[in-house]
Design a protein around this ligand. Structure first.
Ligand SMILES: [Zn+2]
Length: 265
């Protein structure tokens, strides 16, 4: 979910935050995979993303990554009803991956670093106590996105951190702030443009990360319809790209060791 800048001052501050986060504390890595990679990611994540989104990705032989704020489990939010523990367990069983989105779904631009990092640790603990799994290897920034120097602290905790930027990762990627393209209604990408981006990713043998929230016939501004997701996933599969989780993508791009145990090459 995103915060909206409403004044000129807010817009200037937002631009400043984005520039600093984009250019400082980078971990630039060459993408050396032998085939294009596309990851479908769902933020927060609402029930509809688990009940519809994951199956749409699976229908084309892929696996998705859900960036979860476990403090939201079962709650009603602006992107619909959040998933239950059973949704998360089913997703793991089906081969999908769970990532971190802070426990409390915090906005890094408006939260003290100590509070933000505490929420990440709280989420990690909840993954262990509620699901019996290791803390996630991957992180996606809620709401406004990354802020420097918060980026420095968060990136020490994860193998990758994902932002937005509405673009693909090609040739070189900043693992501390990977680019993603939102399928949300608010982003307003025409389907043909999304297909063109997938084709560009194929030609550049890059890593394209799609993101959204709810997947519903009547989506919120932060979500998309099942039909739109299906068309994008199908074109992604037809492009010959590997449709995979964030960890699998890192392995395919030779960014982490094959165990995915958090150790980078
Ligand atoms: Zn979110």
């Amino acid at each position: 979910m995103g915060a909206q800048a409403v004044s000129f001052g807010d817009r200037l501050q937002a631009k400043w935050h984005r520039q600093l986060a984009r250019h400082l504390d980078r971990d630039l890595r060459p993408l050396t995979g032998s085939m294009p990679v596309i990851s479908f990611t769902f933020d927060d994540a609402p029930q509809s993303a688990f009940e519809r989104g994951g199956d749409i990705v699976r229908a084309e032989g892929g696996s998705a990554t859900y960036f979860c704020s476990l403090g939201l489990l079962g709650a009603q939010t602006e992107v619909g009803r959040m998933a239950s523990l059973q949704h998360l367990q089913r997703a793991i069983h089906q081969g999908h991956e769970l990532g971190c989105h802070t426990y409390d779904h915090l906005d890094g631009w408006r939260t003290a670093q100590e509070t933000f990092m505490h929420s990440i640790e709280k989420n990690a603990l909840a993954f262990k106590t509620l699901l019996g799994v290791e803390p996630p290897l991957h992180f996606a920034y809620p709401k406004s996105g990354a802020r420097w120097p918060l980026k420095r602290a968060v990136s020490r905790r994860f193998v990758t951190c994902r932002g937005g930027a509405e673009s693909l990762n090609a040739k070189v990627a900043d693992l501390h702030l990977l680019k993603a393209c939102f399928l949300d209604q608010r982003a307003g990408w025409p389907l043909d443009d999304l297909r063109a981006l997938i084709d560009l990713n194929r030609r550049q043998c890059g890593w394209l990360i799609f993101a959204t929230h709810d997947v519903d016939p009547k989506p919120t501004a932060f979500g998309c319809t099942p039909q739109r997701l299906k068309e994008v996933v199908q074109h992604a599969a037809q492009s010959g790209a590997l449709l995979c989780t964030m960890t699998q993508a890192c392995q395919a791009m030779n960014l982490i060791d094959v165990t995915g145990a958090g150790g980078r090459n």
